[in-house]
Design a protein around this ligand. Structure first.
Ligand code: PGA
Length: 255
């Protein structure tokens, strides 16, 4: 309904893939394929690829993001990277709260909130991931899970700052499994998240926020998913590693 009010965003999540040389090559292939895109195109890449990725996309419409950041500005956190460090190298976006972080690295709603806060303070735009496990969907608690993840992640985030929040609805059972949510399922939960934003902030805030679907989105199913009224874009894992497929998804969002 208010889809025209929102910016469509297609973001790749490369996860733990590609060396810097491979990143340069892949982006070299992606850039010409998406150069006329009207939607926002982002590639979120491993930390060590950031420099190469920023170089490969300089002066183009492809933006670069990281896949996580720590909540502290600096300090004794061996192996971690701060939001300020990302901003300093020229990164504009960061994924926070991806289910793989929650599942394998002890990420909680609380730390997702702290990281989100740190990223906003550093001037970054956050791609905030929420989504339910298969058991939760089967138990009928998807709405509760996704609402509470969204509410806790946004604690202390002002309505103004929402312009730098993109929410990615990623049902965990659909990630990397080849099992996509149906377009109706995806839309239903994206609409629910929008309702949560309306309740927390305002109708204008809800109308303006970009909500992506993620989970086995690919060149074949992107169009149907992106056609849904509450799906404003995609967070793409596997298919973002293939320039052709990724560009087909960007084109589907452009329609
Ligand atoms: P997938 O990953 O597209 O490979 O399912 C999506 C994601 O985890 O962001």
């Amino acid at each position: 309904m208010n889809k025209q009010l929102r910016k469509a965003v297609i973001a790749g999540n490369w996860k733990m893939n590609k060396t810097p040389a491979e990143a340069t090559e892949l982006l070299g292939n992606i850039v010409p394929l998406v150069k006329d895109a009207k939607v926002e195109v982002i590639a979120c890449v491993p930390y060590v690829d950031l420099y190469a990725a920023l170089e490969a996309t300089k002066g183009t419409n492809v933006k670069i993001g990281a896949e996580n950041c720590h909540w502290a500005k600096s300090g004794a956190f061996t192996g971690e990277i701060s939001a300020d460090m990302l901003a300093a190298v020229g990164v504009n976006y960061v994924i926070i709260g991806h289910s793989e972080r929650r599942q394998y690295f002890g990420e909680t709603d609380k730390t997702v909130n702290m990281r989100t806060r740190a990223a906003l303070d550093a001037g970054l735009t956050v791609i905030l991931c929420v989504g339910e496990y298969l058991e939760q969907r089967e138990q009928g608690v998807t709405a509760e899970v996704v609402s509470s993840q969204t509410k806790i992640a946004l604690q202390g985030v002002s309505e103004d700052e929402l312009s730098r929040i993109i929410i990615a609805y990623e049902p965990v059972w659909a990630i990397g499994t080849g099992k996509t949510a149906t377009a109706q399922q995806a839309n239903e939960v994206c609409a629910l998240i929008r309702k949560v934003i309306a309740d927390l902030y305002s109708k204008e805030a809800a109308d303006g926020i970009t909500i992506q679907y993620g989970g086995s989105m690919n060149a074949k199913n992107a169009e149907e998913l992106l056609d849904q009224p509450d799906v404003d874009g995609g967070l793409i894992g596997g298919a973002s590693l293939k320039a052709e497929d990724f560009s087909v998804i960007v084109k589907a969002a452009d329609r």
